[in-house]
Write a protein that binds this ligand. Sequence first.
Ligand code: ATP
Ligand code: MG
Length: 285
Amino acid sequence: ASIRKATRDMAAGKFTPIHVPRAHDEITNLIVSFNHMGEALKQKQDELLQSKKMASIGTFSSGIAHEINNPLNNISLSADTLLEEFDSMDEEEIKEILGDIMTQTERASKIVRNLLDFSRARATEMEPLHIDEVLQKTTKLIANELRIHKVALETKIADGLPVVHGDFQKLQQVFLNLIINAKQAIGEYGRIFIEARLTDNDTIRVDLSDTGPGIDQEHLEQIFDPFFTTKEAGKGTGLGLSIVYGIVKKHGGYIEVASKVGEGTTFSVYLPVYHGNESKEQTEA
Ligand SMILES: Nc1ncnc2c1ncn2[C@@H]1O[C@H](COP(=O)(O)OP(=O)(O)OP(=O)(O)O)[C@@H](O)[C@H]1O
Ligand SMILES: [Mg+2]
Protein backbone atom coordinates (compact mmCIF):
# COMPACT_ATOMS: atom_id res chain seq x y z
CA ALA A 1 0.00 0.00 0.00
CA SER A 2 2.84 2.39 0.81
CA ILE A 3 4.31 1.71 -2.64
CA ARG A 4 1.01 2.53 -4.25
CA LYS A 5 0.77 5.79 -2.30
CA ALA A 6 4.37 6.70 -3.11
CA THR A 7 3.93 6.09 -6.84
CA ARG A 8 0.77 8.16 -6.81
CA ASP A 9 2.56 10.98 -4.94
CA MET A 10 5.45 10.79 -7.33
CA ALA A 11 3.15 11.08 -10.30
CA ALA A 12 1.69 14.16 -8.65
CA GLY A 13 5.13 15.62 -8.30
CA LYS A 14 5.75 15.21 -4.57
CA PHE A 15 7.95 12.44 -3.43
CA THR A 16 8.44 10.87 -0.02
CA PRO A 17 10.76 7.89 0.17
CA ILE A 18 9.24 4.55 1.14
CA HIS A 19 10.40 2.98 4.36
CA VAL A 20 12.84 0.17 3.54
CA PRO A 21 12.06 -3.10 5.38
CA ARG A 22 14.89 -5.07 6.95
CA ALA A 23 14.57 -8.22 4.91
CA HIS A 24 17.05 -8.55 2.05
CA ASP A 25 14.76 -9.78 -0.63
CA GLU A 26 13.91 -8.55 -4.10
CA ILE A 27 11.12 -6.32 -2.89
CA THR A 28 13.59 -4.50 -0.65
CA ASN A 29 15.91 -3.97 -3.63
CA LEU A 30 12.99 -2.70 -5.64
CA ILE A 31 12.05 -0.21 -2.91
CA VAL A 32 15.63 1.00 -2.63
CA SER A 33 15.81 1.63 -6.37
CA PHE A 34 12.40 3.22 -6.30
CA ASN A 35 13.61 5.64 -3.65
CA HIS A 36 16.68 6.41 -5.74
CA MET A 37 14.51 7.07 -8.72
CA GLY A 38 12.29 9.33 -6.65
CA GLU A 39 15.23 11.35 -5.40
CA ALA A 40 16.64 11.76 -8.90
CA LEU A 41 13.25 12.80 -10.28
CA LYS A 42 12.72 15.30 -7.51
CA GLN A 43 16.12 16.85 -8.15
CA LYS A 44 15.43 17.06 -11.88
CA GLN A 45 12.09 18.67 -11.18
CA ASP A 46 13.66 21.30 -8.90
CA GLU A 47 16.28 22.03 -11.54
CA LEU A 48 13.61 22.36 -14.18
CA LEU A 49 11.57 24.73 -12.04
CA GLN A 50 14.62 26.84 -11.34
CA SER A 51 15.62 27.03 -15.00
CA LYS A 52 12.07 27.92 -15.94
CA LYS A 53 12.16 30.73 -13.40
CA MET A 54 15.51 31.94 -14.70
CA ALA A 55 14.19 31.80 -18.24
CA SER A 56 11.19 33.95 -17.40
CA ILE A 57 13.33 36.44 -15.49
CA GLY A 58 15.59 36.52 -18.54
CA THR A 59 12.74 37.16 -20.97
CA PHE A 60 11.34 39.70 -18.58
CA SER A 61 14.47 41.78 -18.15
CA SER A 62 15.42 41.68 -21.81
CA GLY A 63 11.87 42.84 -22.48
CA ILE A 64 12.29 45.74 -20.06
CA ALA A 65 15.65 46.65 -21.51
CA HIS A 66 14.20 46.63 -25.01
CA GLU A 67 11.09 48.57 -24.04
CA ILE A 68 13.01 51.33 -22.29
CA ASN A 69 15.81 51.42 -24.79
CA ASN A 70 13.48 52.23 -27.67
CA PRO A 71 12.23 55.56 -26.33
CA LEU A 72 15.70 56.37 -24.99
CA ASN A 73 17.19 55.87 -28.45
CA ASN A 74 14.53 58.06 -29.99
CA ILE A 75 15.08 60.78 -27.40
CA SER A 76 18.79 60.65 -27.98
CA LEU A 77 18.38 60.85 -31.77
CA SER A 78 16.00 63.80 -31.48
CA ALA A 79 18.25 65.66 -29.06
CA ASP A 80 21.21 64.98 -31.33
CA THR A 81 19.37 66.41 -34.33
CA LEU A 82 18.51 69.50 -32.32
CA LEU A 83 22.13 69.96 -31.26
CA GLU A 84 23.54 69.50 -34.75
CA GLU A 85 21.00 71.45 -36.76
CA PHE A 86 19.54 73.90 -34.31
CA ASP A 87 20.82 76.98 -36.15
CA SER A 88 19.39 75.97 -39.52
CA MET A 89 15.98 74.99 -38.14
CA ASP A 90 12.87 77.09 -37.99
CA GLU A 91 10.73 77.31 -34.89
CA GLU A 92 8.16 74.82 -36.17
CA GLU A 93 10.76 72.11 -36.76
CA ILE A 94 12.26 72.65 -33.34
CA LYS A 95 8.84 72.44 -31.71
CA GLU A 96 8.08 69.24 -33.56
CA ILE A 97 11.26 67.58 -32.34
CA LEU A 98 10.66 68.75 -28.78
CA GLY A 99 7.17 67.28 -29.04
CA ASP A 100 8.68 63.96 -30.11
CA ILE A 101 10.99 64.05 -27.12
CA MET A 102 8.03 64.66 -24.79
CA THR A 103 6.07 61.74 -26.27
CA GLN A 104 9.00 59.38 -25.92
CA THR A 105 9.66 60.53 -22.36
CA GLU A 106 6.05 59.89 -21.46
CA ARG A 107 6.28 56.45 -22.99
CA ALA A 108 9.36 55.55 -20.95
CA SER A 109 7.79 56.84 -17.76
CA LYS A 110 4.58 54.90 -18.45
CA ILE A 111 6.64 51.74 -18.71
CA VAL A 112 8.38 52.49 -15.42
CA ARG A 113 5.05 53.25 -13.72
CA ASN A 114 3.59 49.99 -14.94
CA LEU A 115 6.65 48.10 -13.79
CA LEU A 116 6.36 49.56 -10.32
CA ASP A 117 2.76 48.36 -10.18
CA PHE A 118 3.92 45.06 -11.53
CA SER A 119 6.48 44.52 -8.81
CA ARG A 120 3.94 45.47 -6.17
CA ALA A 121 5.55 48.71 -5.08
CA ARG A 122 2.64 49.36 -2.74
CA ALA A 123 1.74 46.76 -0.14
CA THR A 124 -1.63 45.18 -0.79
CA GLU A 125 -4.28 46.27 1.68
CA MET A 126 -7.02 43.72 1.96
CA GLU A 127 -10.47 44.51 3.28
CA PRO A 128 -14.00 43.23 2.72
CA LEU A 129 -15.27 44.85 -0.47
CA HIS A 130 -18.56 45.07 -2.30
CA ILE A 131 -17.80 44.35 -5.92
CA ASP A 132 -20.68 46.55 -7.13
CA GLU A 133 -19.09 49.52 -5.41
CA VAL A 134 -15.72 48.75 -6.97
CA LEU A 135 -17.33 48.45 -10.40
CA GLN A 136 -19.41 51.59 -10.02
CA LYS A 137 -16.50 53.75 -8.93
CA THR A 138 -14.33 52.32 -11.69
CA THR A 139 -16.81 52.86 -14.49
CA LYS A 140 -17.34 56.43 -13.28
CA LEU A 141 -13.66 57.16 -13.88
CA ILE A 142 -13.91 56.26 -17.52
CA ALA A 143 -17.54 57.08 -18.33
CA ASN A 144 -16.69 60.37 -20.00
CA GLU A 145 -13.96 58.90 -22.14
CA LEU A 146 -16.37 56.19 -23.30
CA ARG A 147 -19.07 58.72 -24.10
CA ILE A 148 -16.67 60.73 -26.26
CA HIS A 149 -15.87 57.63 -28.30
CA LYS A 150 -19.52 56.60 -28.58
CA VAL A 151 -18.96 53.44 -26.61
CA ALA A 152 -22.02 52.42 -24.62
CA LEU A 153 -21.45 50.93 -21.21
CA GLU A 154 -24.03 48.68 -19.59
CA THR A 155 -23.76 46.97 -16.25
CA LYS A 156 -25.85 44.23 -14.74
CA ILE A 157 -24.89 43.49 -11.17
CA ALA A 158 -26.80 40.85 -9.22
CA ASP A 159 -28.48 42.05 -6.03
CA GLY A 160 -27.10 41.22 -2.62
CA LEU A 161 -23.75 39.88 -3.77
CA PRO A 162 -21.54 38.79 -0.87
CA VAL A 163 -18.27 40.63 -0.23
CA VAL A 164 -14.86 39.65 -1.50
CA HIS A 165 -11.57 40.13 0.34
CA GLY A 166 -9.62 42.60 -1.68
CA ASP A 167 -7.55 45.69 -2.22
CA PHE A 168 -9.82 48.41 -3.57
CA GLN A 169 -7.19 50.20 -5.66
CA LYS A 170 -5.79 47.03 -7.13
CA LEU A 171 -9.19 45.66 -8.09
CA GLN A 172 -10.05 49.02 -9.55
CA GLN A 173 -6.88 48.76 -11.60
CA VAL A 174 -7.97 45.32 -12.83
CA PHE A 175 -11.31 46.53 -14.13
CA LEU A 176 -9.92 49.79 -15.43
CA ASN A 177 -7.29 47.97 -17.47
CA LEU A 178 -9.92 45.61 -18.87
CA ILE A 179 -12.29 48.46 -19.74
CA ILE A 180 -9.51 50.50 -21.36
CA ASN A 181 -8.47 47.46 -23.42
CA ALA A 182 -12.08 46.95 -24.48
CA LYS A 183 -12.42 50.60 -25.41
CA GLN A 184 -9.17 50.58 -27.35
CA ALA A 185 -10.27 47.41 -29.17
CA ILE A 186 -13.62 48.95 -30.10
CA GLY A 187 -12.23 52.27 -31.19
CA GLU A 188 -15.50 54.07 -31.80
CA TYR A 189 -19.12 52.96 -31.75
CA GLY A 190 -19.57 49.81 -29.76
CA ARG A 191 -20.70 48.38 -26.49
CA ILE A 192 -19.09 47.21 -23.28
CA PHE A 193 -21.17 44.99 -21.06
CA ILE A 194 -20.24 44.23 -17.45
CA GLU A 195 -22.07 41.51 -15.59
CA ALA A 196 -21.43 40.39 -12.01
CA ARG A 197 -23.00 37.37 -10.40
CA LEU A 198 -22.49 34.62 -7.85
CA THR A 199 -21.44 31.21 -9.17
CA ASP A 200 -22.20 27.80 -7.70
CA ASN A 201 -18.81 27.43 -6.08
CA ASP A 202 -18.79 30.44 -3.78
CA THR A 203 -17.12 32.72 -6.27
CA ILE A 204 -18.11 36.05 -7.73
CA ARG A 205 -17.81 36.13 -11.48
CA VAL A 206 -17.42 39.42 -13.31
CA ASP A 207 -17.76 39.24 -17.09
CA LEU A 208 -16.55 42.10 -19.19
CA SER A 209 -17.62 41.80 -22.82
CA ASP A 210 -16.94 44.09 -25.73
CA THR A 211 -18.03 44.34 -29.34
CA GLY A 212 -14.46 44.83 -30.52
CA PRO A 213 -12.70 42.91 -33.30
CA GLY A 214 -11.82 39.95 -31.05
CA ILE A 215 -8.44 38.31 -30.52
CA ASP A 216 -6.70 36.00 -33.00
CA GLN A 217 -6.42 32.41 -31.84
CA GLU A 218 -2.62 32.61 -32.10
CA HIS A 219 -2.52 35.68 -29.84
CA LEU A 220 -4.89 34.34 -27.19
CA GLU A 221 -2.15 32.39 -25.41
CA GLN A 222 0.14 35.39 -25.27
CA ILE A 223 -2.07 38.25 -24.18
CA PHE A 224 -1.23 37.79 -20.48
CA ASP A 225 2.51 37.76 -21.16
CA PRO A 226 4.40 40.87 -20.07
CA PHE A 227 5.15 43.14 -23.05
CA PHE A 228 2.87 41.30 -25.44
CA THR A 229 1.05 43.98 -27.40
CA THR A 230 -0.46 44.34 -30.83
CA LYS A 231 -0.65 48.10 -30.46
CA GLU A 232 1.64 50.30 -32.48
CA ALA A 233 4.90 51.46 -30.94
CA GLY A 234 4.27 54.15 -28.40
CA LYS A 235 0.65 53.15 -27.75
CA GLY A 236 0.77 50.10 -25.51
CA THR A 237 3.37 48.67 -23.17
CA GLY A 238 1.80 45.22 -23.13
CA LEU A 239 1.92 45.19 -19.35
CA GLY A 240 -1.79 45.82 -18.71
CA LEU A 241 -3.05 42.26 -18.76
CA SER A 242 -0.03 40.79 -16.99
CA ILE A 243 -0.70 43.23 -14.14
CA VAL A 244 -4.37 42.24 -14.17
CA TYR A 245 -3.39 38.57 -14.06
CA GLY A 246 -1.05 39.12 -11.11
CA ILE A 247 -3.59 41.08 -9.08
CA VAL A 248 -6.40 38.60 -9.63
CA LYS A 249 -4.11 35.74 -8.65
CA LYS A 250 -3.06 37.62 -5.51
CA HIS A 251 -6.75 37.78 -4.59
CA GLY A 252 -7.04 34.00 -4.80
CA GLY A 253 -8.98 34.24 -8.04
CA TYR A 254 -8.40 33.60 -11.72
CA ILE A 255 -9.17 35.12 -15.07
CA GLU A 256 -10.41 33.59 -18.31
CA VAL A 257 -10.82 34.95 -21.79
CA ALA A 258 -13.15 33.96 -24.59
CA SER A 259 -12.98 35.66 -27.94
CA LYS A 260 -14.34 35.35 -31.45
CA VAL A 261 -12.71 37.27 -34.25
CA GLY A 262 -15.26 39.64 -35.71
CA GLU A 263 -17.64 39.36 -32.76
CA GLY A 264 -15.88 40.47 -29.60
CA THR A 265 -14.15 39.44 -26.44
CA THR A 266 -15.20 38.49 -22.93
CA PHE A 267 -12.87 38.53 -19.96
CA SER A 268 -14.18 36.70 -16.88
CA VAL A 269 -12.72 37.53 -13.49
CA TYR A 270 -13.43 35.07 -10.68
CA LEU A 271 -12.96 36.17 -7.07
CA PRO A 272 -13.60 34.02 -4.01
CA VAL A 273 -16.38 35.10 -1.64
CA TYR A 274 -15.08 36.32 1.70
CA HIS A 275 -16.50 34.76 4.83
CA GLY A 276 -14.74 36.98 7.32
CA ASN A 277 -12.93 34.25 9.19
CA GLU A 278 -9.65 36.15 9.30
CA SER A 279 -8.83 37.38 12.80
CA LYS A 280 -8.18 41.02 11.94
CA GLU A 281 -11.44 41.70 10.22
CA GLN A 282 -12.21 45.29 9.36
CA THR A 283 -15.40 46.94 10.45
CA GLU A 284 -16.21 48.97 7.38
CA ALA A 285 -17.27 46.92 4.39
N1 ATP B 1 -10.74 43.48 -25.26
C1 ATP B 1 -9.79 43.17 -26.15
N2 ATP B 1 -10.09 43.00 -27.46
C2 ATP B 1 -9.13 42.68 -28.36
N3 ATP B 1 -7.83 42.52 -28.04
C3 ATP B 1 -7.47 42.68 -26.76
C4 ATP B 1 -8.42 43.02 -25.75
N4 ATP B 1 -7.76 43.10 -24.57
C5 ATP B 1 -6.46 42.84 -24.83
N5 ATP B 1 -6.28 42.60 -26.15
C6 ATP B 1 -5.00 42.25 -26.81
O1 ATP B 1 -4.06 41.88 -25.82
C7 ATP B 1 -2.88 42.67 -25.94
C8 ATP B 1 -2.25 42.84 -24.57
O2 ATP B 1 -3.05 43.66 -23.74
P1 ATP B 1 -2.38 44.46 -22.54
O3 ATP B 1 -3.45 45.21 -21.83
O4 ATP B 1 -1.55 43.52 -21.74
O5 ATP B 1 -1.37 45.44 -23.27
P2 ATP B 1 -1.71 46.72 -24.17
O6 ATP B 1 -3.14 47.12 -23.98
O7 ATP B 1 -1.28 46.42 -25.56
O8 ATP B 1 -0.75 47.83 -23.55
P3 ATP B 1 -1.05 48.71 -22.21
O9 ATP B 1 -2.05 47.95 -21.40
O10 ATP B 1 0.25 48.86 -21.55
O11 ATP B 1 -1.58 50.00 -22.72
C9 ATP B 1 -3.34 43.94 -26.61
O12 ATP B 1 -2.28 44.58 -27.30
C10 ATP B 1 -4.40 43.41 -27.57
O13 ATP B 1 -3.83 42.87 -28.72
MG1 MG C 1 -3.95 47.32 -21.98
